[in-house]
Design a protein around this ligand. Structure first.
Ligand SMILES: Nc1ncnc2c1ncn2[C@@H]1O[C@H](COP(=O)(O)OP(=O)(O)O)[C@@H](O)[C@H]1O
Ligand SMILES: [Mg+2]
Length: 460
């Protein structure tokens, strides 16, 4: 794919290159004509001198034939040859340099007007002027004067060479200039792209850098910033709505729960009792779900919900294991804890406890009866000092199709959707809490083998 930058440079180079070629052609063509015109003037002035001599000799010798002419002295143009022909085209006088070969000219007989042409002689190019010689108002002879075009050709070759060197150099320089100009013009766009890539739902308060120059790029940045602003407020409104809704649900849910509990105590009928018990557990689930939603909405809208203080991670882990142990024992699951050393970090112990409890709860909840769960805490020192907690189980594992989604809100693997407890919010909350601690939470799993959650937290 070609970038706009590349397209601009290519288009510019094509236009510039074409213009250069047209200009070069025009200059070359006019120089060529000027060279020829210069030669023709020189040929003509030379021919004029020769004509005067021929006319003088013809007057004295009564129209001489071949061999009857005296020497004609030529001076002036170097390398110029001449030949005089009679009315039938026979040479009557030849330049000594021409020895054997005559000047081959297309019109050998007398002609009324002068003619100019180009011929090749002994491998060299000549410009030939053929002109009638008038004696006593009669055209008796024609005079052919030929001059080599060596100098003109040399000048034109120089010109061609000059173009051959200067046009490519000009193109190279122009392409460098075009690159530099477009590069600096497009730099703000590169910065904008980098910033825009960083913006996600969790940092919508970021804005693109607006360049100082009042140009299209500034307009683009301002327009995009306006758009991010609108997305931000739409998100905030949505979060606020979720927070309000779950908050409002709290009271009626608590009332329904206690009313049902009261009714259940008074009913003796077993079937009604069971139905009331089912309703109670569903309401409990609903209440926990709305608590989770409220917490998630609050964690989303501000990190100020967290209160940071020194937290002993080793103690926290043991406490959580103890809390989950009851359910584990009921399922015959053994939780093996391994703590390398005491670790203290800065964090919100209540929130961290919530996150850890969900990992351990999941491990126990999704493992088969008699399974095994491991929870370990260790310190890693490279590249930086972090505490690492690993919660592993040998349960059913998570399928590759579900694995990338387990941290999404309300996502539950298809195999667990029948499970009545749980809402699919636990891991989303845990990951949000850990990221507010500048830590990370990742998962690895093999179907049928088990699942490993790795949690890291920076140690100050
Ligand atoms: N240890 C685990 N073993 C197998 N599946 C798991 C494990 N932990 C999480 N999952 C899958 O990830 C989903 C999301 O977990 P979570 O957000 O805690 O929701 P919940 O526990 O309420 O279902 C679970 O529904 C389950 O499908
Ligand atoms: Mg859970």
């Amino acid at each position: 794919m070609l970038t706009i930058k590349a397209k601009i440079i290519i288009a510019y180079m094509l236009v510039f290159g074409m213009l250069l070629c047209v200009f070069a052609y025009l200059i070359y063509e006019s120089s060529r004509r000027a060279e020829i015109a210069k030669m023709d003037t020189r040929l003509e002035s030379h021919a004029d001198k020769l004509k005067t001599e021929i006319e003088e000799q013809s007057d004295e010798k009564r129209f001489p034939q071949a061999g009857e002419f005296g020497d004609i002295v030529t001076d002036g143009l170097p390398g110029v040859l001449f030949e005089v022909r009679d009315s039938v085209g026979e040479a009557v006088l030849k330049d000594s340099l021409l020895s054997t070969k005559p000047i081959t000219f297309v019109t050998p007989t007398l002609m009324p007007r002068k003619k100019l042409s180009r011929i090749n002689m002994n491998g060299e190019r000549y410009r030939v002027l053929a002109t009638p010689v008038e004696v006593d108002d009669r055209y008796l002879y024609s005079l052919l004067v030929a001059a080599p075009m060596t100098e003109a050709a040399r000048n034109l070759t120089h010109l061609r060479l000059l173009f051959l060197i200067s046009i490519p150099s000009a193109l190279v320089l122009a392409s460098i200039a075009a690159y530099l100009i477009t590069h600096s013009a497009f730099r703000p766009i590169a910065t904008m792209v980098a910033t825009a890539r960083q913006i996600s739902a969790s940092n919508l308060d970021q804005r693109l850098l607006v360049p100082a120059a009042n140009d299209e790029i500034r307009q683009l940045a301002e327009t995009l910033n306006g758009m991010i602003e609108r997305i931000d407020s739409a998100f905030s409104a949505q979060k606020q709505f979720i927070a309000d809704a779950s908050h409002e649900l709290r009271t009626p849910l608590t009332i329904i729960y206690s009313e049902l509990e009261f009714a259940k105590r008074r009913v003796d009928d077993e079937e009604t009792n069971e139905s009331l018990q089912n309703s109670l557990s569903e309401i409990d689930r609903l209440a926990r779900m709305s608590e989770s939603l409220l917490l998630l909405a609050r964690l989303d809208s501000s990190a100020s919900l967290m209160t940071f203080s020194p937290v002993r991670l080793d103690e926290l882990l043991l406490e959580c294991v103890q809390l989950v142990n009851k359910i584990a024992e009921q399922k015959g699951i053994q939780i093996k804890v391994h703590v390398d050393e005491a670790v203290e970090i800065q964090g919100d112990s209540e929130r961290l406890k919530g996150a850890l409890l969900n990992l351990l709860d999941n491990a126990v909840k999704y493992s088969q009866v008699g399974g095994e769960v491991g929870a370990s805490l260790s310190i890693l020192t490279s590249p930086s000092r972090v505490a690492q907690i690993i919660v592993a189980d040998n349960g059913p594992g998570i399928s590759p199709g579900d694995l990338p989604h387990v941290f999404e809100r309300f996502y539950r693997a298809s195999s667990n959707r029948g499970e009545s407890s749980g809402s699919g919010l636990g891991l989303a909350i845990a990951q949000r809490i850990i990221s507010l601690h500048d830590g990370s939470l990742v998962v690895g799993s093999k179907l049928g083998k088990g699942t490993v959650f790795t949690l890291t937290l920076p140690v100050s």
